[in-house]
Every structure is written in C-alpha cells, then in structure tokens.
Ligand binder design. Structure first.
Ligand code: ATP
Ligand code: MG
Length: 192
C-alpha cells in the first residue's frame, strides 16, 4: 500500500496535484475540503457546522474532523486497498497523531509526506484569482488572511513532526503544474 500525505499552505496546489497523483498511482483521493464542501452543498448537519468555520477561514474542530475521516476510511476499504492520498488532512498535530494511529490499526502507514512550498504572497494571489473564477466562499481577502495565519500556527508544526520520522519531502510548489508533478513523482518513486 502506498499512503501519501500532501501538505502545504492554502492554495498551494494540493487538490490539483492530488488528482494527478491519484490517477497515476491508482490511489484513493481523500480531500477533506471537498468532503466538507459536499456536506455544505447537501445542507447536512455536518455541513451547517462546517460552513460556520470555513466561511471564516477557520479549521473545523479536530474531534469532528477526525470522526469524519475515520468513518470515511472505514467505509471505503475496497477503494483504498492500493493506498490513499490524503489532501488537507492532517492539518493539526492531534490529527496527525490520530492518522498514524488509524493507519496502524489497518496495518499500514504513511509512506511519504509531500510538502508543497509556496510563499504567502503567491498563495494569496492564487486564492484571490480562484475566488473570482469559482466563487469559493473562503477565497476572499479576509478569510485568506485568517487561513494563512492558521496554517502557520497550527499546520506548519506538522513539518517537524514528519521530519523527525524521516517521511517529509519538500517540493518547490512554484512553476508549471507538470513541472511540480514531475518532481513529486520523482520523490514518490525514490521512496517506494
Ligand atoms: P488547496 O491547496 O487544495 O487549494 P485549501 O487550503 O485552499 O487547499 P481545502 O483543503 O479545500 O483548501 O480546505 C478548505 C477548508 O476546509 C479549510 O480552510 C478548513 O476550514 C476546512 N478543512 C479542510 N480540511 C480540514 C482539516 N483537516 N481540519 C480542519 N478543517 C479542515
Ligand atoms: Mg483543496
């Protein structure tokens, strides 16, 4: 099983690269952002809670996020049998520890963590453009500021967590989509 985590600031290209990686390596793509936006669109109870946080640019509470991920993993055992690419999860240390524990129960582990490195100014430009094109409710100036602050405070510490166990590979996330994808594939192939 090949289990990957793609990690990086908001708008760093996690979703775009994950779709390409999932296709090439036959992995199941779990994007927690997409899962939550689907709940919001269907107006479920989870969607109502998620909307109140996402629209502000805040993370949804760990307890709820972990429960959603756990349910998803447990209900998709056939889809995930070749491995998973986790996009947008973990975003906090408790989430990272929980993911390690969940995978251990499934007798597997994270093979590589891909860290997409993009400066804040570039991230802001990308998200403002995406907001105009897609109308994503959290791609506005105020929410973007919060998301970047939350990323540096809560998510960036995961870099050290994964570096300690030697699973972290930094990738320059600036350049063309295909250039970045080639670098990611080289890192995955080296670790396989
Ligand atoms: P991308 O690099 O793909 O553009 P992104 O940061 O713009 O990534 P998503 O990963 O889609 O966006 O996440 C959108 C929002 O969903 C987050 O700002 C947060 O509110 C919520 N969310 C997603 N994943 C998590 C998580 N693991 N824990 C808490 N909240 C989450
Ligand atoms: Mg995304």
């Amino acid at each position: 099983m090949l289990n990957l985590v793609i990690f990086g600031g908001p708008g760093s290209g996690k979703g775009t690269q994950s779709a390409k990686i999932a296709k090439k390596y036959g992995l199941y793509h779990i994007s927690t952002g997409d899962v939550l936006r689907d709940h919001i669109a269907r107006r479920t109870d989870i969607g109502k809670v998620a909307h109140s946080y996402i629209s502000q640019g805040m993370l949804i509470p760990d307890k709820l996020m972990i429960k959603i991920l756990e349910d998803l993993l447990k209900s998709r055992t056939s889809e995930t049998k070749h491995g998973v690419i986790f996009d947008g999860f973990p975003r906090t240390l408790p989430q990272a520890r929980e993911l390690d524990a969940l995978l251990e129960v499934l007798e597997t582990k994270i093979s590589v963590v891909i860290g997409l490195e993009v400066p804040d100014a570039e991230l802001t430009q990308r998200m403002l453009l995406r907001g105009k094109e897609s109308g994503r409710e959290d791609d506005n100036e105020k929410a973007i500021k919060t998301r970047l602050a939350v990323y540096h405070k809560q998510t960036e510490p995961l870099e050290a967590y994964y570096k300690e166990t030697g699973r972290y590979v930094a990738i320059n996330g600036e350049g063309s989509i295909d250039e970045i994808f080639d670098k990611i594939c080289a890192a995955i192939d080296a670790a396989k």
